[in-house]
Write a protein that binds this ligand. Sequence first.
Ligand code: LLP
Length: 423
Amino acid sequence: QETARETDGAPGMFDGVDLRRLAERIATPFHAYSAGAIHRRIDELQAALAGLDATVCFAVKANPNLAILQLMANAGVGADIVSVGELRRALNAGIPAERIVFSGVGKSADEIAGALNVGIMRFNVESLDELHTLQRLAKAQEVTARAAVRINPDVDARTHAKISTGKSENKFGVSIDEARRWFAERKQLSHVQLDGLHVHIGSQILSVEPFRLALQRVAAFWQELERTGHPINSIDVGGGLGVCYRAGVDRPLAAADYVDVIRAALAGYRGRLLLEPGRWLVAEAGVLLTRVLRVKEGAERRFLVLDAAMNDLQRPSLYDAWHDIVPVADTPRPPATYDIVGPVCETGDTFARARELPECSAGDLLLIRATGAYGASMASTYNSRPLAAEVLLDQGRYAVVRRRQHFEEMIAGEQPARNWETA
Ligand code: LLP
């Protein structure tokens, strides 16, 4: 299976770009994305879907950079959005409204109205209250909203608890029993065309079983709905396909194996299929480049203090996620064991504990791998650290697709408490 490693050929090369030279031009830390690696993933998925009426809707939350969304748009990929901000980004990047689906438990009335206004493809509805709001707002605009029910299939995705969404205890979706009642009463929805099913059970899923189980439940429900006079024109199988964060340990599914599960579970289904992959399309196409600020000999451990921190990549501190970390070095060095940390003032600002690396010294360039999804998109300015730059690489060329945030941008909108008002 093709993996999007930065070492495509020579060490330290990523999509034909010499990362050490790049880091001389762009101050670390910064995120670098390989356009080629993303294209290979899109192609692999599209090839696996051959013969199906399928639309891939990239989960924008994974990487909302406009250049990434533009690349998706040019490849014919749509968008799965969860806010009006993501809607505006997708439209701005040239993703047509008819390829945009709107998911999320907390869509506000304004957001629903905005999405109706531009005529998005479909709403993935997650509660009865949302369904009624959609009906009311569509009626007010005199349009018909296309909607799918997000089913909570009550399956364990066997992933980290914080990114598991398909158990009945989770806030997402509704039970099949509740969905059944929605369809029974669907004729009362004058301005909502309820003809779709949606399921998304979680993220970073590395085995087919949870997908198979969830899709079998969805398939049984789809067949029941067809039998009882409720045609289903769209089934959205969500995202969740996992990637390799730890070489030699994580064994991600190939797109073909994943799609085979969909084909088998939904055999006989003739409507449109939607997929919402986020991570799988972009994670391994991204690396975070960072320099060693200093090596600190602690009382019990050796620390590598990097210029990147938890505000640039939250996954290790938030989910105890493993990310492979490698020096971009040319000469072999003896191994050493480090706690790899950032400069932020809390202990959680740790990328790795007791990690073995070739010996490092101040100024060395390191790569934190597989940061193309939920890296920059979850960044913050904690400790008043500006958002890092993002760079797109493509066959030896690079383009800065987000420059490092200026201090003035970071404080824009803040002001001294001057004009007090009474409320
Ligand atoms: N569709 C829906 C409705 C979702 O909620 C998500 C992700 C996706 C699709 C895309 O899932 P993916 O293919 O990327 O697994 N910040 C976490 C991941 C949160 C995922 C949230 N929902 C992390 O860094 O692991």
